[in-house]
Write a protein that binds this ligand. Structure first.
Ligand SMILES: [Zn+2]
Length: 344
């Protein structure tokens, strides 16, 4: 079967589209014929380094995806052959204290598709039945695929972690990437007032068209000053952050007293100054988050259906154009998810 796999680390030359053996379906697993996947920042990390992530080469890339069930065991999993499903990317142990308490996103033995084991950029994958969620009716496979990583991450950040309430204000740094855009869409649907930042006027305009309440040009404007102006010198309730060191100081200064700063990434550096005095005097809450639980993916899927909300896909590439898709992701120019069509 065809798959996109890594033969080493460092640039597109280690990314190969070619034949890999069909996955051998184990008991309890479901064989899925993949139709689409989307790219995530971590795909670039795996391509270029993979340091600190236990894996063996060659390894198939891709964390999220959607497809159609080809084969499965009979059981009470509620799935059937021919069903369209999207993939939850974390394969967990099911027995550690975190799995037992429904917080499998903290599983000590978690293995992620495309990081620790073969991923979704493949004609077939075999995963435990619990890793599949029925696709919303009428959705494209690309849209459904996009829920599994970026939207799930944004959902957990805003709900379980930041506990966002309708009527609150949210500041989202670096609009355009998958998690930030998901954050904008979700926070608006939850009834929040949302401000976004970017160094691109074009991205700010597009975010406004998507419903952002204010757009701040982070090179031409002082983000903290603008936030204070927009909130009557109060600050925002929630700062939604995945940019890291370049904006951390502004993130701390933009939050209201007692505000929540939720972070899931550090693209520009992960060792910013901490300004602990500001953290304790203003009683800020700094919340880390990554991915989400299966139950959260199920809630997110329902929420999207209820609110008629779908992930924004910038472009869908053919599998043959995987290098161009990865280049686009690396450019940081995209506004929306970059999808890959596996089956036309
Ligand atoms: Zn576990």
């Amino acid at each position: 079967m065809k798959a996109v796999y890594l033969t080493g680390h460092g640039g597109n030359e280690v990314v190969t589209l070619g034949e890999r053996p069909m996955p051998a379906r184990q008991a309890g697993e479901v064989l899925v014929r993949m139709h689409a996947a989307t790219l995530n920042r971590v795909d670039l990390y795996m391509r270029d380094s993979g340091a600190g992530i236990t894996h063996t080469l060659p390894q198939t890339m891709g964390l999220d995806g959607a497809g159609v069930i080809e084969a499965l065991d009979e059981g009470d999993h509620g799935l059937h052959t021919g069903q369209a499903v999207l993939v939850y990317p974390a394969v967990v142990c099911g027995t550690c204290e975190f799995c037992q308490s429904g917080q499998e996103v903290l599983c000590t033995r978690m293995r992620l598709l495309g990081e620790h084991r073969d991923g979704t950029l493949s004609e077939y994958i075999s995963v435990p039945a619990r890793n599949l969620v029925p696709m919303p009716d009428g959705w494209g496979f690309e849209e459904a695929a996009a829920l599994g990583v970026n939207h799930l991450t944004a959902w957990r950040m805003l709900t379980s972690r930041a506990q966002l309430q309708a009527g609150e204000t949210v500041l989202i740094f670096g609009i355009g990437g998958g998690v930030s855009l998901a954050g904008l869409q979700l926070a608006k649907a939850m009834g929040a007032r949302v401000f976004v930042t970017s160094t691109s006027r074009d991205k700010l305009d597009r975010a406004l068209a998507l419903g952002a309440d204010a757009a701040i040009h982070s090179r031409e404007q002082d983000v903290v000053q603008e936030v204070m102006h927009l909130t009557g010198k109060r600050g925002v309730d929630v700062v939604f952050e995945n940019v890291g060191a370049a904006v951390w100081d502004s993130a701390l200064k933009s939050a209201v007293r007692g505000g929540r700063i939720v972070t899931c990434g550090a693209t520009t550096g992960d060792q910013p100054g901490a300004d602990l005095r500001r953290v304790f005097i203003r009683q800020l809450q700094i919340l880390g988050s990554t991915l989400g639980n299966l139950a959260e993916l199920q809630q997110l899927t329902q929420f999207c259906e209820q609110h008629g909300m779908r992930p924004l896909i910038e472009h869908t590439y053919d599998l043959d154009d995987i290098h161009a898709a990865l280049d686009r992701l690396a450019s940081g120019q995209q506004f929306g998810k970059l999808a890959v069509r596996i089956r036309g």
